[in-house]
Design a protein around this ligand. Structure first.
Ligand code: ADP
Ligand code: ZN
Length: 432
């Protein structure tokens, strides 16, 4: 039931003792880096001021901007000869960021991923196919090493070429697949075109989905389409990659490995902690990273701690499904809206496909939202289309409090690239 029973079944007090011990070592190591020495000095604190876990709030936050400002090796806390790999983010929004790993960091990361995969029931004997891009994107190598560590037969299919992906699934008897949720839908559509029924013609039983926000409704759709159990997987390059938090077989929140991280949820504006159960920004402190420990890293991801115990016996707290990143939030006519709220409504309509695109414009200085969504099947029954559009609009208005223009478009009209799905196009021009 547990891959690392010693760590997975720790009681709360044991988790906290271990965290304190590891935090102490981490802080000591951080003082090898000019970056953290200056941070502590400027904040007027020393490592000795951090005596309890509550003292963590005295430590200044680390942000993505810090990673950019210290690109590429500025936050390294070990001699560069000990660094054996780097991963870099895409850098589409400015200077890229780099995360460095020692051999031990890579081992710990692989252990975390293996623990997650074991938790959802995967074992040696399973065939694990990874449709993530390999290379700098951490979903490739991250899952590769974790799956190998578990002793599964791995199929490093990588991203793209969906027909080839499907051929691998059928030829190699793939039982478990890692895919971003938007790609899982695409995979099913191509299977349908190829006349392949995933339930009869494949051995797929488990899907690992993550790397982008998705609704519970989308998960259920994926499960139904492919005849699998789909588990939510959360990670980010700054925290190694996949393996940070993962659903167990209860499928109710993602256990975040608290022997690896100190977890805080803070109000994104005041940066004060919010009570358990309330949504805020996830802030993580790494506890067993050598090359590049991150203290109080602001992930910009919004979520909450799920209150209560999980029946699986793990006391590592559970994160709720991500609501999105703070930068995903759209502000329209003074209302805060997340794309996931719109997805939740759309996915409840069986007539609709999996792809949608939200476009924001401000003609006449008036913010307007258009929601284009693909129909599952072609129809020229205009009366039906009209009433469907009306009903979708009504439900969206109830959810987001403004009235979007809804456009039903034929299947295949909203093309997605290979990477994470693009759900929002903001074409608004600032007027000042
Ligand atoms: P990039 O920053 O270029 O997208 P990453 O692969 O590091 O590269 O992306 C990590 C981010 O992806 C997280 O901070 C989070 O916003 C998102 N993410 C990862 N897993 C999930 C998940 N299961 N649900 C929702 N969002 C996720
Ligand atoms: Zn659990």
């Amino acid at each position: 039931m547990y891959l690392h029973p010693r760590f997975e079944t720790l009681q709360r007090s044991e988790i906290e003792n271990l965290q304190m011990e590891r935090l102490h070592d981490t802080l000591k190591a951080c003082m090898n880096s000019e970056f953290y020495r200056k941070r502590f000095h400027d904040a007027g604190i020393t490592v000795d001021d951090i005596r309890t876990l509550d003292d963590v709030t005295k430590i200044p936050f680390t942000t993505k901007q810090d990673l950019r400002d210290n690109y590429p090796f500025g936050i390294c806390t070990v001699p560069m000869e000990k660094v054996v790999r780097l991963h870099s983010s895409s850098g589409t929004t400015g200077t890229p960021t780099v995360i460095l790993h020692t051999k031990k960091d890579l081992e710990q990361w692989a252990e975390a991923v293996a623990r997650c995969l074991y938790m959802v029931g995967l074992r040696s004997g399973d065939v694990f196919q990874n449709s993530s891009g390999y290379g700098m994107f951490t979903g490739g190598l991250g899952f590769q090493y974790g799956a190998e560590r578990l002793g599964m037969l791995t199929v490093p299919a990588a991203a793209g070429n969906t027909k080839r992906q499907i051929k691998f699934i059928t030829d190699f008897g793939t039982t478990a697949l890692h895919a971003i949720p938007s790609y899982a839908g695409r995979l099913y559509e191509v299977m349908e075109e190829m006349g392949i029924d995933p339930r009869k013609d494949t051995k797929l039983t488990t899907l690992i989905i993550g790397a982008e926000p998705h609704s519970e409704e989308q998960r259920r759709r994926i499960e139904k389409m492919l005849g699998v159990k789909a588990y939510n997987s959360f990670g980010m390059s700054e925290m190694c990659g996949p393996g940070v938090a993962f659903e167990c077989q209860e499928q109710n929140g993602m256990h975040i490995w608290e022997d690896y991280y100190i977890v805080e949820i803070v109000d994104p504006v005041t940066l004060e902690p919010v009570p358990d159960g309330e949504i805020g920004e996830l802030v993580l402190t790494t506890l067993n990273r050598e090359a590049m420990p991150l203290l109080r890293y602001r992930t910009r991801d919004l979520t909450r701690i799920l209150p209560g115990e999980c029946p699986c016996g793990r006391h590592h707290r559970r994160l709720d499904r991500m609501k999105g990143r703070s930068d995903d939030m759209m502000i329209l006519k003074g209302v805060n809206i997340f794309p996931i709220q719109i997805e939740t409504v759309l996915m409840q309509f069986p007539e609709l496909g999996n792809e949608y695109l939200i476009t924001l414009t401000n003609l006449d200085a008036n913010d307007t939202m258009t929601v284009e969504v693909e129909l599952k099947e072609f129809t020229d029954d205009y009366a039906r289309l009209q009433s469907l559009t009306k009903e979708i609009t009504r439900q969206l208005r109830d959810e987001i409090l403004i009235t979007p223009q809804v456009r039903l478009v034929p299947k295949g009209s909203i093309a997605q690239g290979e990477g994470k799905a693009v759900r929002v196009r903001d074409l608004r021009k600032t007027l000042i």
